[in-house]
Design a protein. Structure first.
Length: 227
């Protein structure tokens, strides 16, 4: 039994066939939209050690006469896992249907349903964060083109890197465009870019790689169950 299942899994992974549109695919796409919505309103808080960038220029800030300021070596971060969610969907549904899922999510939000972080409706196009959401579509297309049916570690790293960078470049360009129209100062624009695309880019890449592997695992389980 084990050898038969293993042979079926290998065939499933390597057969190279495009995913077909079935009722199951439609259900998974609906679940994918729900997952993006859930991720939008989910905040993960965690703490990890860092090496401060100003440790050498402000040495006495971290090493005082009374001892080491360990708090300066810890990073407290609140993270919203939207981008890992879309990579999970990509791993589960492949390029075409994952891209379509992201497009459906965007259309539903623009139609007025409050599924974006700050609400919904067509006026959301004037929100700075909208263009990060819009970046999901080209990101899934390019990342999916890299992955295709080759989910090797190197390929996953390439796909995640390209996808995350596309999201953040699209988001930054859209944000700069809107901020320029509103005559915002360059200092404010740079502050928003650092906040939305600074360290978050690194976290997006790390968690997205994990999301791809989880997606592949879930995909295998679903295939076994449906078989």
């Amino acid at each position: 039994m084990t050898k038969r299942i293993e042979a079926q899994l290998n065939k499933f992974i390597n057969r190279g066939e495009a995913a077909r549109f079935t009722l199951g695919t439609l259900v998974l796409m609906a679940c994918g939209v729900m997952l993006i919505i859930i991720a939008t309103f989910t905040q993960l808080s965690f703490t990890h050690p860092i090496i401060p960038l100003d440790i050498f220029s402000h040495f006495d800030k971290y090493f005082t006469d009374s001892g080491t300021n360990w708090a300066g070596f810890l990073k407290h971060y609140k993270y919203i896992p939207q981008i890992p969610a879309i990579f999970f969907i990509l791993s589960l549904l492949d390029r075409k249907y994952a891209t379509l899922t992201a497009m459906i999510y965007i259309v539903i939000g623009l139609l007025g349903y409050p599924i974006f972080a700050l609400g919904g409706g067509w006026r959301y196009i004037f929100e700075y964060g909208f263009y990060y959401i819009l970046g999901y579509v080209p990101a899934l297309f390019f990342a999916g083109s890299i992955l295709k049916n080759n989910y090797s570690f190197v390929n996953i790293l390439k796909a995640v890197f390209v996808g995350v960078i596309v999201v953040h470049i699209t988001g930054c360009l859209g944000m700069v465009f809107l901020a320029t129209l509103k005559h915002e100062s360059s200092t404010s624009i740079m502050g928003w870019i650092v906040t939305m695309s600074g360290m978050k880019t690194v976290y997006d890449m790390i968690f997205s790689v994990l999301a791809v592997y989880v997606g592949q695992f879930v995909k295998r389980i679903l295939w076994i169950v449906m078989s």
